[in-house]
Design a protein around this ligand. Structure first.
Ligand SMILES: [Zn+2]
Length: 466
């Protein structure tokens, strides 16, 4: 069975292959670099990575474009507040984003395109849309006239016929189900950054950047466009409207979206105190690949509930594969080969591939891996596993790691400095004092996971390294 993916456009699971020359032309919406990316963002970026890796495992080549939104309302607001030029401000968080991606072992797309490098091209596209009557101007800003695109709503499957025509919206953040003419070009306001272009002075809206950069590098029709589920409407709906009115061709054959991430069953938010970046997770003593594994282990179309228990289980699962790998290279096995165990490895690989081909069912692919490891550990204990079986076991581990990429430990993982350990112990003391035992236990567990053993004595807390 070939690879099948759920296409939001058709609402069906469909066989996927690129249109031509075996190359997947794909576009994924990148980060808005106004702050550190949080673990909800990284769920989407890990999904892109798993998708990339499996497309390649299917024998396709990739031409993958991802944008960096380096001009938007939040960046401008924050940069002004800190008295920095927006380029200087956004560079800090662009760099932080790529550092995090590296820690999470995310492959870099073939092309990464910062929006501010394509402003003139965006203005030209808006000008062309204007010539064909798809836009109108109001107070120096240019809006897309949704009424001119009857197919509006075909991705989100929302019926927009006959509602609220002519109302305008010009901010980058939208309330859901608010179908209004969206802004393509924003008139300059106060001391906001602005560019001089064919459509006047100002700056582009958020939606137009993705259309312009995608078409510029990948052509009028992409094979695949991916993003988080929250982008379906209005962002991707707007991308389709602009792009298809520009080229008069379908914008993307496949639209693939990853589901939400919840934290302990709740929406993640700073006000609920359950907001985490990768840096927060690493600071608690977890290796970055533990988060990668957790985010990858839930199939992308299922909501993912992040918990610290889940993170601990992820660490345990990684250890199990690493221990098996270690055993494979250090145990003494009898000579010969067991055909049964070679067949067992072949079956595990078939199951792994079939699961990934089935709309990237990572949970089933992991189940196939761990069933095999469990059975083969028993076979090793019984002396049934022979030197001739090492190759097939290694092949399964390679297949596993080509997708999940967690076998190699991060060099710095677990090496908290003394000061960091002391700081965590102090936080735990405060948590206990506030009778927040859940938090104090979490801190102790995280330290344990980082190889730090705590001992509560009558003279206070003593600690040592494992
Ligand atoms: Zn986009």
């Amino acid at each position: 069975m070939p690879l099948r993916l759920y296409n939001t456009l058709t609402q069906e699971v469909q066989p996927f292959a690129p249109e031509r020359d075996n190359t997947v032309r794909m576009y994924t919406c990148g980060p808005t670099v106004y702050d550190y990316a949080h673990i909800g963002n990284f769920r989407t970026f890990v999904f892109y990575d798993i998708l990339r890796r499996w497309l390649r495992a299917c024998g396709f080549q990739l031409d993958h474009v991802m944008n960096i939104t380096d001009v938007d309302d939040k960046i401008i607001r924050n940069a002004l507040a800190q008295n920095k030029p927006i380029g200087e401000y956004s560079a800090i968080y662009t760099q932080a984003f790529f550092e995090d991606c590296e820690l999470l072992r995310l492959e870099k797309p073939e092309r990464v395109t910062p929006a501010t490098e394509y402003i003139q091209e965006m203005a030209n596209a808006i000008h062309k849309l204007g010539e064909e009557g798809y836009t109108y101007e109001a107070d120096g800003s240019v809006y897309f006239r949704i009424a001119r695109f009857p197919e509006y709503g075909k991705l989100s499957h929302i019926d927009f016929s006959g509602n609220r025509a002519g109302a305008r919206v010009d901010v980058d953040n939208y309330e859901k189900d608010d179908a209004r003419d969206f802004v393509l070009w924003k008139a300059p306001k106060g001391d906001e950054p602005a560019w001089d272009t064919i459509v006047g002075r100002g700056r582009p809206g958020w939606h137009i950047e993705c259309s312009v950069m995608a078409i510029r590098y990948l052509g009028a029709t992409l094979d695949l466009h991916a993003g988080g589920i929250d982008l379906v409407f209005p962002h991707h709906e707007n991308e389709i409207a602009q792009s298809e009115c520009l080229t008069h061709q379908p914008f993307s054959r496949f639209w693939v979206h990853s589901e939400f991430l919840l934290v302990e069953g709740q929406k993640m938010s700073k006000s609920l105190g359950n907001f985490y970046t990768l840096r927060d997770i690493v600071q608690q003593g977890y290796a970055p690949e533990t988060l990668r594994y957790l985010l990858a282990s839930v199939p992308y179309r299922k909501a993912l509930n992040f918990t610290f228990d889940g993170l601990k289980s992820a660490a345990t699962a990684i250890d199990r594969v690493r221990n098996f790998s270690l055993r494979l290279s250090t145990d003494k096995f009898p000579p010969g080969v067991s055909p049964v165990l070679d067949a067992r490895a072949a079956k595990a690989m078939d199951d792994f591939r079939a699961s990934m081909d089935d709309d990237l069912n990572t949970a089933e692919a992991l189940a196939a891996t761990f069933e095999y490891i469990r059975e083969v550990n028993v076979a090793m204990d019984r002396g049934e596993f022979a030197t001739g079986n090492i190759a097939s076991a290694g092949a399964l581990l390679s297949l596993f790691d080509s997708v999940f990429a967690v076998l190699t430990p991060t060099a710095t993982a677990g090496s908290l400095s003394d000061a960091e350990v002391e700081a965590r112990i102090e936080q735990r003391k405060l948590a206990k004092k506030a009778r927040n035992f859940k938090l104090s236990d979490e801190i102790r567990d995280a330290l344990t996971a980082a190889g730090i053993i705590l001992e509560d004595t009558k003279d206070g807390v003593r600690w040592k390294r494992k």
